[in-house]
Design a protein around this ligand. Structure first.
Ligand SMILES: C[S@@+](CC[C@H](N)C(=O)[O-])C[C@H]1O[C@@H](n2cnc3c(N)ncnc32)[C@H](O)[C@@H]1O
Length: 310
């Protein structure tokens, strides 16, 4: 779902300056406090206060590009051109999902091969992060999850960290499978680039110094509720807040994020919210329509055809 802050931003982008009154009348169906809160939350990010009750949208040239096509074919992207890959690949594990009352994976599924990792490594810049959202390990999938790590290693993607995504308070671990968690698996292309501020060295040298690794220490888990069924536009939609939290650890403003199996396009929204650029690739036309809808009227969104992207 497109956030109210993004709607306000898109609405006033052309006009530049706007008053709180303008925002209230444009979003008359929302409580005034909500509209005001979304503007305040985004001060310094999307909006700037220029006077009493007067705001302007902050310019940025970040963009989100959608390509309808095969995300396993990255030939349209140059070598070392991407600052981060954040993706959740469509892998069907019928055995693990058996017994549930949900319809699993109504989309195309496949298992990663070594070639997938070669391509990811080719397009990533040195030191940058590949983040794979993977199912929690269980008796059915442990060898595949191990295989993924071996493919990555073979391509020069170093194991950086694995952080559990705990999906809210509900606990269901039958021993064979745990339904309320997934893994956020992080690799770096070679040694991780220096994103973390080094307080000690900066103090010693008087010049800003950074050490290898994510922007801050990673948490032991991301505790984020899943998207509720009423708000979901895609079967496997990741929460916006989870994507934002991850991107803050592994990227900087203005950088380029790739999600080659975009689903609902939420990674694109998270990237734009944080002033990162994003390339989304999605194969299924039904999802492409949903992504278009998510970004409707967003000036920073554009769709390109695979042939144009090459
Ligand atoms: C697990 S879902 C991704 C969900 C997404 N992370 C989100 O939060 O909305 C995987 C998506 O990959 C798409 N897909 C499957 N095969 C693909 C391919 N070869 N190239 C691009 N997209 C593909 C599916 O249609 C599905 O929408």
């Amino acid at each position: 779902m497109k956030s109210l802050a993004n709607n306000i931003y898109s609405c006033f982008k052309r006009k530049g300056e706007f008053s709180l009154k303008d925002a209230y009348s444009e979003y008359f169906d929302k409580p005034k406090e909500t509209v005001r809160a979304r503007i305040y939350d985004n001060l310094g990010i999307k909006f700037e206060r220029v006077g009493k009750g007067l705001y302007k949208t902050i310019d940025g040239d970040e963009s989100c590009v959608l390509i309808e096509g095969d995300g396993r074919d990255l030939s349209m992207l140059e070598d070392s051109s991407i600052d981060c890959i954040l993706t959740d690949h469509p892998w069907l594990d019928k055995k693990s999902n058996r017994g549930g009352d949900r319809n699993f994976a109504t989309y195309d599924c496949f298992k990663y091969t070594l070639d997938d990792f070669k391509e990811k490594t080719r397009v990533l810049k040195d030191g940058c992060f590949l983040v794979e959202i993977l199912p929690a390990e269980n008796e059915n999938n442990f060898d595949y999850l191990y295989q993924i790590k071996k493919y990555a290693e073979e391509c020069g993607l170093l194991y950086y960290s694995k952080v559990t995504w705990k999906k809210g308070g509900f606990v269901s671990n039958t021993g064979r499978k745990s339904k309320n968690s997934q893994d956020v698996m992080i690799f770096s292309k070679g040694k991780a680039r220096p994103l973390r501020f080094d307080v000690k060295k900066t103090r010693e040298t008087g010049v800003e110094q950074f050490m290898s690794g994510t922007t801050r220490m990673l948490p032991t888990m991301f505790d984020v509720p899943p998207v509720s069924s009423k708000d979901k536009i895609h079967q496997s939609e990741l929460p916006l807040s989870l994507c934002e939290q991850i991107l803050k650890f592994v990227t900087l403003q203005g950088e380029i994020v790739l999600d080659s199996f975009a689903g609902s396009g939420v990674v694109g929204e998270a990237a734009l919210n944080l002033k990162r650029n994003c390339i989304l690739i999605e194969l299924d036309h039904k999802n492409v329509i949903k992504i278009r809808d998510r970004f409707a009227n967003n000036l920073y969104f554009k769709e390109v055809y695979w042939n144009e992207a090459i």
